[in-house]
Design a protein around this ligand. Structure first.
Ligand code: NAP
Length: 342
């Protein structure tokens, strides 16, 4: 027995105490990871018609269970799974693992949504974010969490000439290993002991680690071009901070023309962004208080750029896992379930 509770009647599967004879059979590939667990939590809340949920991970995790609707799903080994048993698989594994197993899933007739970098910039694979039309392909890629958070902001502002982003990254962007390292180092240091770094190049607890290299700026620029047809210079700075969940992003957008701040505010609110403190933008928004493990995007400190510059700047806060990842693939999943009548 691997995934959902064993069906009492052939052809039906019991999920969360509710018997279903039909519905979509979903596999979460990488179910033991940070993204996989966030996907399961989001699936629980989504109330989609699901017949089966398969939790897959490496062979080393087959003794583990992951929680779904108050019950433990036993994890199955990815390398032994027959993808013909699933209608749709959401992949949340490293890119090299996705590259190996996504083709297997597709050739077994299973549609795939991938969260890794394996197909994100592949012109043959649609890149789909929340709110975008979902193609009837058998594979779609989802954007990076940062691109997913920026998208509603960038869509709301016209005439963008340059994008300048500084992102404070939580340790969960490095997966479970990152989360464990921050927790472990914090405990050791508070107890007066020394620490070793493994998931990060040096100590992350009580520290800030600038992420070097223009590679990620290029990747973000490519993603924005694919998602928005926006081809403008992007300056990206990233710092890993000792926060578990939630991205904090300082965004500066240079625009062709000046715009009334109220208009920008209206457009951002229409795009679903939350402003703290009603009409005032002075309230603090932080990953811990607003965003960690929740869907939703929060804006604070929206300001025009000082002359002679034109444009705006703001703080943006959203969870990398629930908003940046799970919301994106559940958009695709929900549409596919509707379109293909699973
Ligand atoms: N974390 C983020 O904020 C974020 C945001 C956007 C996209 N992503 C992408 O999402 C993917 C997962 O990230 P994560 O943060 O969830 O990482 P993670 O916490 O390290 O989890 C990795 C998952 O992949 C599984 N896995 C690793 N190697 C495997 C193998 N050879 N066969 C089968 N399963 C294997 C692991 O299973 P075991 O437990 O058995 O090892 C675990 O379930 C990555 O591609 C990442 O780039 C992450």
């Amino acid at each position: 027995m691997n995934d959902v509770a064993a069906p009492e009647n052939p052809g039906t599967t019991d999920i969360g105490g509710k018997s279903m004879a039909s519905g979509c059979k979903v596999a979460i590939v990488g179910a033991t990871g940070e993204v996989g667990r966030a996907l399961l939590a989001a699936l629980e809340e989504a109330e989609l018609p699901l017949a089966e949920v398969h939790a897959l991970a490496s062979a080393g995790s087959t003794e583990e269970t992951v929680m779904f609707k108050g019950r433990g799903l036993l994890v199955s080994a990815l390398d032994e799974f027959d993808f013909a048993r699933a209608d749709i698989a959401i992949f949340a594994v490293p890119a090299d693992v996705a590259s190996e197993y996504v083709p297997r899933a597709r050739s077994a007739g299973c549609r795939v949504i991938d969260h890794s970098t394996a197909y994100r910039l592949d012109a043959a694979v649609p890149l789909v974010a929340d709110g975008m039309p979902v193609p009837s392909a058998d594979l779609v890629a989802c954007p990076s969490a940062l691109a997913a958070l920026l998208l509603p902001v960038l869509k709301s502002v016209s005439g963008i000439r340059a994008v300048n982003v500084t992102v404070l990254e939580p340790v969960s962007v490095a997966g479970r290993a990152g989360v464990r390292e921050l927790a472990g180092q914090t405990g050791e240091l508070l107890n007066g002991r020394g620490v070793e770094a493994a998931a990060f190049p040096v100590q992350i607890a009580f520290n800030a680690l600038p992420v070097p290299g223009p590679e990620s700026a290029e990747a973000l620029m490519d993603e924005l071009e694919r998602l928005l047809d926006l081809s403008v210079p992007v300056v990206l700075s990233a710092v890993r901070v000792p926060v578990f969940y939630g991205l904090t992003v300082a965004v500066t957008l240079e625009t062709e023309a000046d715009e009334d701040l109220g208009r920008w505010r209206q457009r951002l609110a229409k795009a679903g962004l939350h402003f703290e403190n009603g009409e005032e933008d002075q309230e603090l928004v932080t990953p811990v208080t607003q965003a960690a493990r929740e869907a939703g995007l929060y804006v604070a400190d929206l300001q025009p750029l000082p002359a002679p510059l034109r444009g705006l700047r703001l703080w943006l806060v959203g969870d990398n896992l629930r908003q940046g990842v799970a919301r994106q693939s559940l958009h695709v999943l929900g549409n596919w379930i509707k379109d293909f009548k699973y």
